[in-house]
Design a protein around this ligand. Structure first.
Ligand code: ZN
Length: 218
């Protein structure tokens, strides 16, 4: 984050009244181009991640079904198209955190240097980045697998959890539901993983009865 960004905010007159005007920090982030820059940066990173996830999901589907379709596959493009819409949610989460930090800096009387440190810490937050990575790879892998199963005329899919102690009750419930028609919803209301942020689940095709664990392909 540029050093003058924090100084500009603290000097912009958003100080005393900002907490009462919640759109203040949102406007500042837009006016300084931070929101647009975040969108561009996240779109670039996510598109690479989704393409990687798509390849992993498709390759796994080829292996697990033992069906190697020669047909062209448009599902990568649909992943990228739908993915661009997902970026909006990712940007919104980060913008909200930045807005809160800007308001807190005013309330707490932070210096520009201190605020810059807080903002850099927020944008470089590793655990949060890992949650996004896991969730988005799970999403693109599952979407690619589902598309491939449909192309291969596989009628039913099952939900496979990672099978360890940290699997949540929601995903356990989806796995327990067994095979369901392709495109139908599992008990969580999702037709494919992820069911929640950090979900590590995958889909397996009904015809083979094998599960496709993320650990097998990463
Ligand atoms: Zn899960």
């Amino acid at each position: 984050m540029p050093a003058d960004f924090a100084a500009g905010w603290l000097a912009s007159g958003n100080g005393a009244g900002a907490a009462a005007r919640p759109r203040g920090p949102k406007r500042y982030l837009q006016r300084t181009g931070v929101t647009a820059a975040l969108t561009v940066a996240l779109t670039r990173i996510m598109r690479e991640l989704w393409a990687d996830g798509w390849r992993l999901g498709r390759n796994s589907a080829v292996q697990i079904t033992s069906i190697d379709l020669d047909a062209p596959d448009s599902s990568l493009q649909s992943i990228l198209d739908e993915g661009d819409r997902r970026v909006g949610g990712l940007v919104a989460t980060r913008v909200t955190r930045l807005e809160q930090a800007l308001l807190a800096a005013v309330a707490g009387g932070l210096t520009a240097g201190q605020l810059t440190g807080v903002l850099d810490g927020l944008l470089g937050n590793e655990p949060a980045a890992l949650v996004v990575t896991q969730t988005e790879v799970t999403w693109s892998m599952s979407l690619a697998a589902l598309a491939y199963y449909q192309q291969a005329r596989i009628a039913a899919v099952g939900w496979a959890t990672a099978g360890d102690a940290t699997v949540c009750a929601v995903c356990d419930g989806n796995e327990a539901a067994g095979l369901i028609p392709v495109g139908d919803e599992f008990p969580s209301g999702d037709d494919q993983p992820p069911a929640h942020p950090n979900c590590r689940c995958s889909l397996y095709p009904g015809d083979t009865g094998q599960s496709m664990m993320p650990a097998d392909v990463i």
